[in-house]
Design a protein around this ligand. Structure first.
Ligand SMILES: [Zn+2]
Ligand SMILES: [Zn+2]
Length: 328
């Protein structure tokens, strides 16, 4: 066979990765194509080898992964930063800390100029060097902020690029510090403010509320007991809470809102979220932020089919539960 290995096929193999029933066959396919000069675009040679290295790494074969990363560097020495980072990460995992840190340290200045260079942070954090990762992020933020202060007349493009990097680095740092159990410092507060501002901007772009915060019955009762001030924001009964959400969803749908749904909140979850954000759990912005934070865990799509179980968790059919509430 002299089939060419295309970039699409490499992407596909990368997506399959170690979840494939036969990861070794994928590695063979990639490395074989490189060996036989069958990579459709020779510029993808390093990429093919690094995808193979990643599959081996996930399978726990660190030594062979390291050999492929080294080969990727040798194949494309002009464009070797990412391959060097992968190699550094593998060395760290292999317990060759001095070599690994050395490899990554050579690339460290990129954190101040290249938005993609956070792969260095990935390698550090994934190999257990989280404190070093935080230190490097702090240094990069210091440098970029210093640069924007000392060059206030940079072009708008340069300012936008710096702002995007500050955002990304600060979020990453915030999350790693949270993993380490560290309290918020000034940069963490900056990260929270930037994230809130960005969520706000995204909300403003939405046609309507995509997901609404819903409190299951027991949580709703516990919520108002724990924070009586929320009686200003919520109705007194759970039935009325369900009805309000159903009406809001009907309205949003009527305005052309798509991808509507509810996310279920919990009292404990809100307490943790507010504490972590250092904000008041009864504040509307906190509730919005909390709802946003739940999105990934699972949205219950709205509307359910008429004969399907209602979104509110009552166990009744939608047509006999919340569907008629919107008309009340
Ligand atoms: Zn925070
Ligand atoms: Zn219902």
């Amino acid at each position: 066979m002299s089939e060419l290995l295309t970039a699409n096929r490499i992407d596909e193999i990368g997506a399959l990765g170690s979840a494939s029933p036969d990861p070794a066959a994928l590695v063979t396919e990639l490395v074989g194509a490189v060996d036989e000069g069958r990579v459709a675009d020779p510029a993808d040679t390093g990429y093919a080898l690094l995808v193979a290295a990643d599959i081996l790494k996930q399978a726990g074969d660190l030594a062979d992964a390291l050999a492929l990363a080294s080969r990727a560097i040798a194949e494309q020495p002009d464009e070797d930063a990412y391959a060097r980072a992968v190699r550094g990460g593998l060395l760290l995992r292999l317990g060759r800390a001095d070599e690994g840190i050395g490899e990554l340290t050579a690339l460290r200045p990129r954190l101040e100029t290249d938005p993609d260079a956070t792969y260095l942070i990935d390698e550090l954090a994934e190999s257990g060097h989280t404190e070093t990762a935080v230190e490097w992020l702090t240094g990069a933020l210091d440098a970029i902020l210093e640069r924007t202060r000392s060059q206030p007349h940079e072009s708008e493009d340069a300012q936008d690029a710096a702002a995007a990097m500050i955002y990304g680095l600060a979020q990453r740092r915030h999350d790693l510090r949270a993993e380490l159990g560290l309290p918020h410092d000034e940069y963490d507060n900056l990260a929270d403010r930037l994230r809130a501002a960005s969520n706000h901007a995204l909300d403003a772009l939405d046609d309507g509320p995509a997901t609404l915060l819903f409190w299951p019955q027991a949580e709703f009762d516990a919520l108002l007991l724990r924070w009586p001030a929320l009686a200003d924001s919520y109705p007194t009964s759970w039935d009325e809470h369900r009805a309000q959400l159903e009406r809001a969803l009907v309205d949003a749908s009527g305005l052309g809102g798509a991808d509507l749904g509810v996310v279920a909140g919990s009292v404990d979850g809100l307490a943790v979220f507010a504490q972590e954000a250092g904000s008041d759990p009864t504040d509307e912005e906190t509730l919005d932020g909390y709802a946003d934070s739940l999105d990934e865990a699972g949205v219950t799509a709205w509307p359910p089919g008429r004969n399907d179980t209602c979104w509110c968790g009552s166990g009744s059919k939608y047509k006999k539960c919340c569907l008629p509430r919107s008309r009340g």
